[in-house]
Write a protein that binds this ligand. Structure first.
Ligand SMILES: NC(=O)c1ccc[n+]([C@@H]2O[C@H](COP(=O)([O-])OP(=O)(O)OC[C@H]3O[C@@H](n4cnc5c(N)ncnc54)[C@H](O)[C@@H]3O)[C@@H](O)[C@H]2O)c1
Length: 323
């Protein structure tokens, strides 16, 4: 006999880049998905194909306000993730992280739901150790331009662990490293989307600094797989767990790969490095490999090809125009 029971799953930030992939994955798994988003950086285009799905609902709502719904699980992703967007409204970013966490934790407590928090590698700030493991406490500037995001996410983690210790809420905290893929915002200033758009338009590719700073890049389907596996781990396994791809590339290598894959005539253009930009960021994912039996499978070249096709289509359909 089939004992599968459809779960009612809330995804906050579900109309954003990662959230839209997560909603799709959960529906594919047969779950009943409630996507909550205020569409600050999210876009209905990311979920338009889901709106007619019988087990998908979209609710326009701001997580800084309380939400009363009946659910079995919560994935709390609501928060602008790109510096351009979170720095445009820094107070709202801190409110979203902290009040959003409080409201969702309150909901998890009332409904006795398991709750996943989309935290970030930014909690490590400009790290002194490489690669970063979960025991590292970080090196974060509390008053800089990135602090609304970094400190907001750090405080959200604090709230998650205090709800667990004090109120026995069933929490899972994932620290996400750079992720890329279709549905990324074309103008969010993140390196992968920037480079792809510039290359597709044969414009100069802007590199901040000398391009020797390294980043790791995780393809979105790998990340979503980790979320779902983490959610299924036993109660008490809380994390934090690093989720990302440990393969390190310099920014210059990324630019060169994008130029090659798009067949672009773009040249590299070097600009000064913004303040608080980390020089190296790489996850230690041994905990995720051990506890979730997970590791990323999509190679950068393959993921870039899929992402390039997405942006190519966006430009071809006139859904994005560069200023
Ligand atoms: N993409 C990455 O590389 C990355 C890295 C680390 C952490 N994360 C985290 O993962 C989550 C998703 O990131 P993303 O890349 O999909 O970003 P995104 O900006 O595409 O998605 C965030 C979504 O949250 C929504 N949102 C923002 N404020 C809200 C509010 N107050 N109420 C309701 N909805 C709100 C936005 O409209 C958007 O749809 C974020 O919490 C982010 O901090 C992402």
């Amino acid at each position: 006999m089939n004992s599968f029971k459809r779960k009612r799953i809330l995804v906050t930030g579900g109309a954003g880049f990662v959230g839209s992939h997560l909603c799709r994955r959960l529906l594919d798994d047969g779950q009943d998905v409630l996507c909550v988003d205020n569409l600050y950086t999210g876009n209905k285009d990311n979920i338009v194909d889901l709106l007619d799905h019988p087990y998908f609902e979209f609710l326009r709502h701001d997580v800084t306000l309380p939400l009363f719904v009946e659910v079995d699980q919560i994935y709390n992703l609501a928060c602008p993730a790109s510096p351009v967007h979170y720095q445009a409204a820094p107070i709202q970013t801190t409110k979203t992280s902290i009040m959003g966490a409080l409201n969702m934790l309150g909901l998890a407590r009332r409904t006795n739901s398991r709750i996943f928090q989309a935290s970030t590698s930014e909690v490590y700030g400009d790290p002194h150790i490489h690669p970063q493991h979960e025991g590292y406490w970080g090196n974060v500037n509390p008053i800089g331009l990135r602090s609304c995001y970094d400190e907001g996410k750090r405080c959200a983690e604090t709230l998650f662990f205090d709800y667990q210790r004090e109120l026995d809420v069933d929490i899972k905290v994932g620290r996400i490293f750079n992720t890329y893929g279709p549905n990324m915002h074309p103008d969010d200033g993140r390196v992968v989307s920037n480079f792809i758009i510039q290359a597709l338009l044969n414009k100069p590719i802007t590199i901040y600094g000398d391009g020797q700073q390294t980043r790791s890049f995780c393809y979105v389907s790998d990340l979503v797989e980790a979320f779902v596996r983490f959610m299924e781990t036993p109660k008490g396994f809380t994390g934090p767990v690093n989720l990302g791809n440990p393969g390190e590339f310099t920014i210059k290598q990324l630019a060169e790969m994008v130029i090659e894959l798009t067949g672009s005539s773009s040249e590299l253009s070097f600009k000064p490095l913004p303040s608080d930009d980390p020089t190296q960021r790489c996850p230690d994912i041994s905990l995720a490999s051990r506890e979730l039996g997970w590791q990323p499978e999509i190679q950068l070249r393959e993921g870039l090809q899929k992402t390039i096709s997405y942006f190519d289509q966006l430009l071809a359909e006139g859904r994005y125009k560069m200023d």
